[in-house]
Design a protein around this ligand. Structure first.
Ligand code: WTA
Length: 709
């Protein structure tokens, strides 16, 4: 269901949108610091003229020209199989060559990556471009000759934040193999589904890694993953296990004979070997990145080699303002799209230094990020609202204690509250750094909405205008434009294709068309890109100045600390607990993590509520998805509020969990249960001290229309 906040019923849609209009206060602008603008890659307003709609799609050759091509393309955009766009057709290139080899002539001895281990007494590790080249080649040789990996094969990675992860990604890319990195925090089972879905025969993992001061046993997840994949009929042939400290195995699980191999034992056989980068067609897939959506299981977003690399390189240059001599630190995890695009591919393609930090930002205390920034002289910093909220809460005075100065900072992944933005600007940026609030998605490869940092004024809470060459608009449910300045929310869409957009959902092209293009397409046979607006699945408003304010997902996705969790995934996992008859997941507003999940369950006849069942549900979710998905509370209720057609009305329980008005319940088949649930949940929350602050209009609109029926 694609619904904008407040759209669940005509009358409440009007009231919530009107509400926003009445109370909407425009934030004040902040100017980019002149010192920043003076050195910015994009500091001439004429850049916008190069990306106007009449120049589309050729405008994007400017991004593709930042790359080294083995063969130049003959067709910039091929729309003949709309909406399966093909960019730079006829062109050939290799992503690993672009991120590694081509920098050797000029900066072989410059650091490509600096890895900061979590234990603070351990030194950071510098990997120059020359060293990166050696490691990527040797590992590519191992993949090719020891594992038989060829172009087009899928290889699943389940790696923590260590330099071996980008090395493995780039080694796959060197061979033309498609990597699929699963976020290290995801469970073994979650990894196993992705192995099976992608048809990977090789799993690359690590024995353990540090998180919040403790060594995590990670290899154990590989065994679970192989088992989960096997249940789906997929056989993993080899598990390559990196050891965080070579020679020293830090996992309790045994190595499986014939299947599991320590990389540090095999790699010496490939010492000094080089592998020619395989020249790949621009439209060959580079990687898969799984993400959650409305229905069913996570979908493998397939990204291309030429279009993707061109787009992340161009946006890294103009929006991240990366110069080769910068010290760039993005604190995201490489297991998410942000890390792929803006830790690995974009920065390395531009030949800069990318800092990779293993652990949690507040370990051992909230001064850690600032000590890293001071020591390494980081000048570009990239993080999420959740991290900013957390650092603000636990260490508001820490940034001032350290001698660092960023020129540029990014916020990404969730809407940022204006007061949190201002703290970022004043305390972390020390009023001298420019901020970009970049709105985009796993599917989009790179930024869709952001200010151009050297040129545009910043406005807290708004991402800014659409990015260069992106023509965004807000449409209502009927496809009518919602004008800028109307104060009304709607669905944000992108009218045109762009090089970074994903190519398809791995294995399910019909779902790709259905989810992202069917909503506003009027002619399924059209070959004209103008007939295929990209449906982003986010609610948004556009101010009179053209700036977009992103409100959040309009589908059944809960954004927890910047991580997309599908309610269906959470619910199916809860339903694996034998006692559970029904389950419904809802978002609860949280001052640090943005949203957290609460799960309502009803039990099968013959069972009574117990903390044991609550824990079983929490554990089931942790096992199937991972710790990040663990619900804050499980509410075992006698009955769920349901419509007459039997659908659980999630907006009613979402309102209950957030102490909001439950709204119109006349369409419920069992309105009498609502009061009982409210009493049960809210009394327990009072007892636990979990009463939320007063919600903003946009938060209320989201909650009151959640999973709208
Ligand atoms: C949300 C992360 C507000 C949005 C790059 C989107 C944002 C989803 C912003 C994608 C932002 C991302 N302001 N909301 N700057 N950036 N989002 O796929 O709801 O993990 O649809 O990609 O995060 O999350 P994903």
């Amino acid at each position: 269901m694609a619904e904008v906040p407040g759209n669940e019923a005509q009358d409440s849609a009007e009231s919530s949108e009107a509400h926003i209009a009445v109370h909407w206060r425009e934030e004040e602008y902040y100017d980019p610091p002149p010192e920043f603008t003076a050195q910015a890659n994009a500091n001439d307003p004429a850049i916008r003229d190069r990306f106007t709609e009449d120049k589309f799609p050729e405008c994007f050759t400017e991004y593709a020209d930042l790359l080294a091509w083995d063969e130049r393309w003959h067709t910039t955009l091929d729309t003949s199989n709309a909406p399966f766009w093909k960019w730079f057709v006829g062109g050939k290139l290799n992503a690993s060559y672009n991120c590694v080899d081509r920098h050797l002539a000029e900066r072989a001895d410059r650091p490509a990556m600096i890895w900061v281990p979590e234990p603070e007494d351990a030194d950071h590790v510098t990997i120059t471009y020359r060293e990166l080249h050696r490691q990527v080649n040797e590992f590519a040789a191992l993949l090719r000759d020891f594992c038989g990996v060829e172009a087009g094969d899928r290889v699943t990675l389940h790696m923590p934040m260590v330099p071996e992860l980008p090395v493995a990604m780039l080694a796959c890319a060197r061979l033309g193999a498609i990597h699929s990195q699963v976020f290290g925090g995801f469970s073994g089972a979650a990894c196993g589904h992705r192995i099976a879905d992608s048809g990977s025969k090789i799993l690359i993992t690590m024995d353990g890694y540090y998180r919040s001061g403790a060594m995590q046993d990670h290899k154990v997840k590989a065994d679970e993953a192989v088992e989960a994949a096997r249940k789906e009929g997929a056989e993993v042939e080899k598990v390559l296990v990196f050891r965080r400290s070579p020679g020293q195995y830090q996992s309790g699980t045994p190595m499986v004979e014939g299947r599991d191999v320590f990389v540090d034992e095999v790699l010496p056989s490939y010492s000094g070997q080089t592998v020619d980068p395989v020249s790949m067609p621009a439209e060959a897939p580079l990687f898969l990145m799984y993400t959650s959506g409305t229905t069913g299981r996570p979908k493998g977003c397939q990204h291309s080699t030429g279009g993707y690399l061109a787009y992340v390189t161009g946006t890294s240059k103009y929006y991240q303002d990366i110069h080769p001599d910068d010290m760039y630190w993005c604190m995201a995890d490489i297991g998410w799209i942000t890390g792929h695009s803006y830790i690995v591919y974009g920065p390395l393609s531009l030949g800069t230094t990318s800092v990779i930090y293993e652990g949690t930002p507040n370990y051992p205390d909230a001064g850690r990020p600032w000590r890293i920034a001071e020591k390494l002289k980081v000048n570009i910093f990239h993080t999420s609202p959740t991290a900013i909220r957390m650092l603000r809460k636990v260490g508001p005075d820490e940034p001032a204690k350290y001698d660092f100065q960023f020129k540029h900072m990014t916020t990404v992944g969730e809407p940022i509250e204006p007061e949190v933005w201002r703290w970022y600007y004043q305390s972390i940026g020390k009023r001298k750094a420019v901020i970009v609030d970049t709105w985009w998605q796993t599917e989009t490869g790179g930024f869709l909405g952001s200010t151009l940092p050297g040129l545009d004024k910043m406005k807290p809470g708004s991402c800014g205008p659409a990015a260069l060459g992106i023509y965004a608009e807000i449409l209502d449910e009927n496809g009518e434009p919602v004008p800028a300045g109307s104060g009304r929310a709607g669905n944000i869409i992108i009218r045109n294709p762009w090089p970074g957009v994903f190519q398809t959902i791995w294995g399910t092209p019909e779902r790709f068309v259905q989810t992202y293009y069917a909503k506003y397409n009027k002619d399924p046979d059209s070959k004209d890109w103008r007939d295929w607006p990209y449906f982003a699945g986010d609610g948004a408003l556009q101010a009179p100045d053209g700036y977009f304010r992103i409100l959040g997902r309009v589908d059944d996705v809960i954004n927890v600390a910047g991580h997309r969790l599908g309610t269906k995934e959470l619910e199916s996992s809860a339903l694996t607990v034998v006692e559970v008859a029904e389950a419904a997941a809802v978002p609860v507003i949280d001052d640090i993590r943005g949203r957290v999940v609460e799960m309502y369950v009803s039990l099968k006849p013959g069972y009574s509520p117990s903390t044991e069942i609550e824990n079983k549900v929490k554990e089931a979710i942790e096992t199937d998805i991972g710790k990040i998905a663990r619900p804050k509370n499980i509410w075992i209720v006698p009955d769920m509020p349901k419509t007459r057609s039997g659908k659980i009305m999630r907006r009613v329980i979402a309102a209950t969990s957030n102490f909001a008005d439950v709204g119109d319940i006349t369409t419920l088949a069992n309105p009498e249960v609502v009061d009982g649930i409210r009493h049960q949940v809210q009394a327990a929350k009072h007892a636990r001290g979990e009463v939320p602050r007063e919600l903003t209009e946009t938060e209320l609109a989201e909650i009151k229309s959640f999973g709208a029926e």
